[in-house]
Design a protein around this ligand. Structure first.
Ligand code: SF4
Ligand code: MG
Length: 336
């Protein structure tokens, strides 16, 4: 399949009193055209920093890109200036966040906010933009869109507001939609509806999605591929089928065993991974997961594990798979 975005050996971080602290450590990821990659991990694992880096919003969050490339349609975003990035943000790449209310302007009607985006990105006239805004509201499943378009964010439920935020994102016809925990703030039934909507839009529009979630259940439903992130590094990566059939990294296994109703957890007490994720700049030596790992071996405490091929199109960064072939990443991020 065609590659839309390739992150190659990306290291980012923040300057602190203790010096430069890494938030992502040499990560590589690929997003194919029309596919969904789920980036999964506990909060504090570096998922949001990864998405802020793609958008180059990390620059505004007090961080920076230390090394690596973010190749989008053959163009390295890590090397662009903010002027160039403004044209890409909200145009070719759009982003939605956890809290829809904070993404909407309380003093404009929702129709106006979508129309504004259309005027800005697609040079539409005012009446064309309004008509298209109503169409987009219909597309994201808002009933009576002509009436809803004239309403203000506070007149809509959280789920409806998230649909509006998605409509604003679609107004610029993005090739990549980055969704950072888009359903975490919503109740369970609304969550499922928003995820269905994203699936539908992906299929109808051929959009690629980078979905950031702490929830393996969400990833199971949405992902074509899954990358599991822990303490700033990708520790396991593969197709959704592979990851669920053959979870390999002990961290991934722990995440799966903490899903209610997942095979193997049904009827049992839910597992929780012991301990907490280490803070930035406070990584243990060797394998970064070793203080929490139920399978820890002596060498895990001193030697950083390599990335091993544990299945077809599936790899894990863990010494348990030392007998397998290490994955060698080419300079373009692809396996060699
Ligand atoms: Fe556990 Fe060792 Fe694998 Fe790290 S390398 S996840 S400590 S078994
Ligand atoms: Mg986050």
């Amino acid at each position: 399949a065609e590659r839309l975005l390739e992150i190659e050996n990306l290291t980012t971080g923040f300057m602190t009193e203790k010096g430069f602290v890494k938030a992502t450590d040499n990560i590589s990821l690929t997003i194919e055209k029309g596919k969904t990659l789920c980036l999964v991990g506990e909060s504090g694992s570096g998922k949001s920093v990864t998405s802020l880096s793609i958008m180059r919003l990390i620059d505004y969050a007090g961080g920076s890109i230390l090394d690596g490339k973010i190749v989008f349609r053959g163009d390295d975003l890590a090397a662009k200036d903010q002027e160039e990035m403004r044209k890409i943000r909200g145009n070719k790449i759009a982003m939605i966040f956890q809290d829809p209310m904070s993404a909407l302007n309380p003093v404009f009607s929702v129709g106006d906010q979508i129309a504004e985006s259309l005027r800005l990105h697609q040079n539409k006239s005012e009446s064309e933009a309004w008509k298209e805004a109503v169409n987009l509201l219909r597309m994201v499943g808002i009933p009576a869109p002509e009436i809803r378009a004239k309403q203000y964010p506070h007149e809509l439920s959280g789920g409806m507001c998230q649909r509006v935020v998605i409509a604003v994102a679609l107004a610029c016809n993005p090739e990549l939609l980055i969704a950072d925990e888009p359903t975490t703030a919503l109740d369970v039934t609304v969550q499922a509806q928003i995820l269905d909507l994203l699936q539908k839009l992906k299929q109808e529009l051929g959009m690629s999605i980078l979905l950031i979630t702490h929830d393996m259940g969400v990833a199971a439903e949405m992902a074509d591929r899954i990358a599991v992130m822990y303490a700033g590094a990708i520790v396991e990566e593969g197709t959704v089928e592979e990851i669920f059939a053959n979870p390999s990294h002990p961290y991934t296994v722990g995440l799966l065993q903490s899903i209610p109703g997942f095979e193997g957890t049904r009827g049992k007490e839910l597992y929780t991974i012991k301990g907490t994720i280490p803070g930035l700049g406070n990584l243990p030596g060797g394998c970064r997961f070793h203080p929490r790992c139920p399978h820890v071996m002596d060498k895990c405490k001193t030697q950083e594990p390599l990335d091993f091929k544990v299945g077809n199109d599936h790899s894990a960064v863990c010494w348990l798979y030392e007998d397998k072939a290490p994955v060698v990443l080419g300079r373009n991020g692809g396996e060699t």
